[in-house]
Design a protein around this ligand. Structure first.
Ligand code: BDR
Ligand code: CA
Length: 311
């Protein structure tokens, strides 16, 4: 069983990733959710995280607010993709559950120190600011992490926020560099994978057909998303990036990748935030990540639909 902390900037696809985790208690125990600034500013991402927990019927989940800006740059947001609230589409009620008082970075540190070594997995779905801050503030926790499974980066698919960078890495390249150089085992779900996980009309209809509140809300989320990405993804529908992370925990067999070295560009304005993945192993640098390249998309959507039906 995976015991995880979800670090997130919801975000419709983040929301669906969280719902999938909460719908899968046999495989996944969510120790807490930490919000970070990304798709929208922090006050909205922490609010959205709580809305999603309540949508899942889990007001008991602890939600923490973390860093409100990247380590060394101004925040770049993505309202053009996710809407003004970050979670446009469904109208979800304001959450009753509280925001925890503790800072997300301290929650990550305390949890890793309190739990047995190698028992906690970190699942970042946004910029890596909170994780990097925790590693910098408490280097002793680094070797206690079981593994990091994250959504970010790209290789053949190159970029979505600049020609060469994926959004999560681009927003905080310094943080990404710290995480990729930490020595922790990392599994990466890059655009190469997530651009194959497209919400087609049929897949969207399947969510709606679940007939529960969650199915309807998810269909509304992917409807919203779709409007904006139609031209880019050949009219097939929006890529469901972040749920690839939580799906991997349940069904790793749905994904295929390679152990490669990944370095993050932090200097060049032109290629800032690029994930330089040594796919052909030409650099001589040690592999530091399992970089995924392929997904069984039908299997992924079948899993997602089956699990969301349980909420
Ligand atoms: C990533 O950026 C965000 O907009 C999505 O939530 C996802 O985490 C995709 O590049
Ligand atoms: Ca995200």
């Amino acid at each position: 069983k995976h015991r995880i902390i979800i670090d997130t900037d919801p975000g419709q696809d983040d929301a669906i990733a969280i719902l999938l985790a909460l719908a899968s208690p046999e495989e996944i125990e969510v120790l807490g959710i930490t919000a970070v600034a990304g798709n929208v500013p922090l006050p909205l991402t922490q609010l959205n995280a709580r809305k999603v927990c309540e949508l899942a019927g889990r007001p008991d989940i602890k939600v923490f607010a973390g860093c409100d800006r990247p380590l060394g740059r101004d925040l770049v947001t993505a309202e053009h993709v996710h809407g003004k609230t970050g979670l446009d589409g469904p109208v979800l009620p304001d959450p009753q559950m509280p925001l925890q008082a503790q800072h997300a970075v301290d929650f990550i540190i305390d949890t890793l120190r309190a739990e047995p070594v190698g028992s906690v997995t970190l699942c970042p779905l946004g910029p890596l600011t909170n994780i990097a801050m925790a590693f910098e503030k408490a280097p002793d926790i680094v070797t206690r992490v079981r593994e990091i499974v994250l959504m970010g980066g790209a290789y053949f698919e190159v970029g979505n926020i600049t020609p060469t960078a994926e959004f999560n890495i681009y927003v905080d390249p310094q943080a990404a560099r710290i995480v990729f150089r930490s020595g922790v085992r990392i599994v990466v779900m890059p655009l190469d994978v997530t651009h194959k996980a497209l919400v087609t009309r049929e897949r969207n209809d399947a969510f709606r057909a679940l007939g529960n509140r969650v199915g309807e809300a998810v269909a509304q989320m992917t409807d919203f998303f779709e409007r904006f990405d139609k031209e880019k993804y050949g009219g097939l529908g929006a890529p469901l990036h972040d749920p690839c992370v939580t799906a991997y925990l349940i069904r790793p067999d749905l994904f295929q990748g390679r152990h490669v070295n990944v370095e993050i560009e932090t200097q060049s304005e032109l290629t800032m935030g690029m994930t330089v993945a040594d796919w052909w192993r030409v650099s001589g640098r040690e592999p530091n990540a399992l970089f995924m390249g392929d997904i069984d998309a039908d299997g992924f959507f079948a899993l997602l639909t089956e699990r969301l039906a349980r909420l």
